[in-house]
Design a protein around this ligand. Sequence first.
Ligand code: XUL
Ligand code: CO
Length: 437
Amino acid sequence: MAYFPEVASPIAYEGRGSKNPLAFKHYDASKVVGGKTMREHLRFAVSYWHTFKGTGADPFGVGTTNRPWDVATDPMQRAHDTMDAAFEFFTKLGVDYWCFHDRDIAPEGETFAASCANLDEIVAHAEAKQKETGVKLLWGTACLFTHPRYQAGAATNPDPHVFAYAAAQVKHAIAATHRLGGEGYTFWGGREGYDTIKNTKMQQEREQFARLLHLAVAYAKEIGFTGQFYIEPKPMEPTKHQYDSDTEACLNFLREFGLMDHLKLNLETNHATLAGHTMQHEMRAAREAGILGSIDANAGDELIGWDTDQFPTNVYLTTEIMLELLQAGGFTTGGLNFDAKVRRQSHDQLDLFYAHIGGMDAFARGLEIATAILEDGRLQKLVDDRYAGWTTPFGQSILTGGSSFGELEAYVLANGEPTRASGRQEFIENLINEFVL
Ligand code: XUL
Ligand code: CO
């Protein structure tokens, strides 16, 4: 059975002039940009939870979608049908990767053992589909936030029994990811924070979280899983405060608990904005610390203060993301996972295609623009010139610890007032628009 009969063949690249809404205008998978094909640069993934399990429900209203893969009365039959629909979608869209939570692909059973058996059965189905289509797993994860047992957190729960449950669930989710050849495994700590600090032992909970991550590293070694582990910063929602709130908090956490060699970050645009940062800031901080791993591609809304997970269509945003990514040397294990959902009113099956096509085109343009800006070199030269003083023997001696307060005072007494240079912000913004417009 075809779940997307309106899309007869894979979405094709038709170029800028095309008026076909089911065609790419910019994403040309095999086009070489800056030495690599667009497909190699962008490594697009579809997120299972939004695209196949999303219902359109929001805090004020019930679901609006009516998905043909979600109709069977038996939950395992629905899970199998959904897997078929997902792989039909991946291949028709032409993406190479997908991402999932354990509980997206298989329902919880009556007992933990039953949940594991459900997962194993569906993973076997996914494995066969991957083989048939060549679509690969970017990363897997465990859903440690939906079930009531996790109301006070998973790893950071005040009750070690819940910690054990979370550990057992993560063990199986890593094993499932390994079996599917996943290139990574993500930890998003949705409830690894607090609702009120008044009932919370914060440092105790942070230590518990680190312990779970160390146990995951040990288990990966035990079973030979060599995929990359990621943590995914987010400051809040559903909790009031999440411990891995942004890139810099994650860096502190990873360094404090000796985890820098084992985890990188999966950064998400809407989480950055919730943290009061730009995505470019989050990426810069991760890139400069060597822990930029993967990206959850989406966008927030400037006026709605929650995680709206919209599809990214703003080319200025995708340009900024690609500028950072290219300067990091591109992805290794990571990719651009559309952790994005269609709006509640966009409940047709075709809207899922329009949304992903738009996001892929926006990133393809961002890639082309960012490559052109970097090849042009003027932006980098402006920045380098701004810091040129630090490359002189005087600047170097400060940085390498070779000058005392007394020597610096003597320098000021001899050389007087510094000359002020323009930061050239508007000049730089115009320069970027030269490429964007
Ligand atoms: C939630 C979020 C998650 C993670 C995976 O805000 O981003 O979907 O990406 O658990
Ligand atoms: Co995410």
